[in-house]
Design a protein around this ligand. Structure first.
Ligand code: KG4
Length: 340
C-alpha cells in the first residue's frame, strides 16, 4: 500500500501544506504573509493570526491539487519547531486535530531537518539527484547559519553554527539600513548583480573552529553607511549596487571559508545547501565554482524548496514514518533547537 504523507509547515511567516506519495511530491501549497512587509520584519502575533486564517484553505488546496481526500492520507507530518511558538501552535494543533479525526498517526519534524533533506523531494519527470551519505549541508536562513553533517535521513550532527546572528538576518538588516525593503535577501541579490563586489571592504569575523558570527559585519556596514551619508546624503542611492555586491560577497566569503574548512576536516565531498539564503544566486555560483576547484559533488535545491515549505516537512516525516516513528497527541511545539 502507498504511503501518503500530508506535511504542514507553520514555523514562521509562511503557511504551507504538501502531499508526498512514496517520496514523490504531489502538491506543495505556500501562503506567504504580506502583512509583515510594512513592519520590515515578521511580527509574531500577526503571523499566528494569519496562520489561523490560512491553514484550512492551504491544506484543502494541497489535497485538492493532489487529487486526494483526507481519508486517503496515511500520516500527517508537522513542524514541531524551532520557530515562533504562536505560529508553530497553529500547525501543531491542526495536525493533532486532523490526525485524531482521521485516526491516523502524526509525525513531528524538526524544521531544520526539513531543510537538510530538501534534496530528497522527488518529482515526477524530474531527474533524481540526491546526495550520498554522509554529506555536509550549509544551512542558511533567517534564523540559522550552520554546517551540518548528515549521516542518514534521521541522523545529523551540527559541526558549526553562528554564535550570534544568522546570515539571513545580516541580509535583511543590510537592506533595512539602506532603506531597500523586506525581506532583504532577494533585494540585495538583485541589486548586487549590477554592482562591483570589490569596491568596498567590510571587516570579517575571527571565530574559532567551524562557527560563524555575523553581528560584527552588520555593525561594520552600519558605521560605514552612517559615515558616508554624513559626507554625502545621497551616498546610498548613488552606490547601492556596489554596496550590495561588496556586502554580499563578504557574507559569502565568510560562509564558504568555514564550509571549505569543514570539507577538508571531514574529507566529505558531497555538499548541499538549504534554507532561504540558499536561493542567493551568487552563493549558488560560488558553490559550483568551489565544486569544480575541489572535486565536490554539489546539490542545490530547486528555488521553491529553499525557503520554508511543507514539501520538505513531508519528506522528513516520510522518513520518520518509514522508521516506525509516530508522535503522541499530547505533543507541544518547541521554539528552540535545544529543546528537541
Ligand atoms: O528559510 P527561510 O525562508 O525562513 C527562515 O528563516 O526560516 O529564510 C528566510 C531568509 C530571509 O533572511 C531572506 O532575506 C533570505 O532567507 N533570502 C535570501 C534570498 N532569498 C531569501 N537571502 C539572500 N539571497 C536571496 N536570494
Amino acid at each position: 500500500m502507498a504511503n501518503i504523507i500530508l506535511g504542514i509547515e507553520s514555523s514562521c511567516d509562511d503557511t504551507s501544506a504538501a502531499v508526498i506519495k512514496d517520496g514523490y511530491l504531489l502538491s506543495n501549497v505556500i501562503a506567504s504573509q504580506e502583512v509583515h512587509r510594512s513592519y520590515g520584519g515578521v511580527v509574531p502575533e500577526l503571523a499566528s493570526r494569519a496562520h489561523e486564517l490560512n491553514i484550512v484553505p492551504v491544506v484543502s488546496e494541497a489535497l485538492s491539487r493532489a487529487k486526494l481526500k483526507p481519508e486517503d492520507l496515511t500520516a500527517i507530518a508537522f513542524t514541531r519547531g524551532p520557530g515562533l511558538l504562536g505560529s508553530l501552535l497553529v500547525g501543531t494543533s491542526f495536525a493533532k486535530a486532523m490526525g485524531l479525526a482521521l485516526d491516523i498517526p502524526i509525525v513531528m519534524v524538526n524544521h531544520l531537518q526539513g531543510h537538510l533533506l530538501a534534496s530528497f523531494i522527488r518529482q515526477e519527470g524530474v531527474e533524481v539527484r540526491e546526495p550520498k551519505f554522509p554529506y555536509l549541508c550549509l544551512l542558511v536562513s533567517g534564523g540559522n547559519s550552520q554546517i551540518v553533517k548528515v549521516t542518514s535521513p534521521l541522523e545529523f550532527e551540527i559541526l558549526g553554527q553562528t554564535i550570534d546572528d544568522a546570515v539571513g538576518e545580516a541580509f535583511d538588516k543590510c537592506s533595512k539600513m539602506m532603506g531597500l525593503g523586506y525581506p532583504g535577501g532577494p533585494i540585495i541579490d538583485k541589486l548586487a548583480k549590477n554592482g562591483d563586489p570589490k569596491r568596498f571592504k567590510f571587516s570579517k569575523p575571527h571565530v574559532e573552529g567551524l562557527n560563524y558570527s555575523f553581528s560584527g559585519i552588520k555593525t561594520s556596514l552600519l558605521y560605514f553607511v552612517r559615515d558616508q551619508v554624513a559626507i554625502d546624503p545621497d551616498f546610498v542611492e548613488k552606490n547601492k549596487e556596489d554596496i550590495c555586491a561588496s556586502f554580499q560577497t563578504a557574507l559569502i566569503d565568510i560562509l564558504m571559508d568555514k564550509l571549505i574548512k569543514a570539507a577538508k576536516q571531514t574529507g566529505i565531498k558531497e555538499i548541499s545547501i538549504g534554507g532561504g539564503v540558499s536561493a542567493n544566486s551568487a552563493l549558488r555560483e560560488r558553490m559550483l565554482l568551489e565544486a569544480r576547484k575541489r572535486a565536490w559533488n554539489v546539490y542545490l535545491p530547486e528555488f521553491k524548496f529553499t525557503t520554508d515549505n511543507a514539501a520538505m516537512i513531508a519528506i522528513a516525516g516520510y522518513h520518520h514514518f518509514l522508521a516506525g516513528e509516530s508522535t503522541p497527541l499530547d505533543v507541544a511545539p518547541v521554539s528552540r533547537m535545544a529543546d528537541f
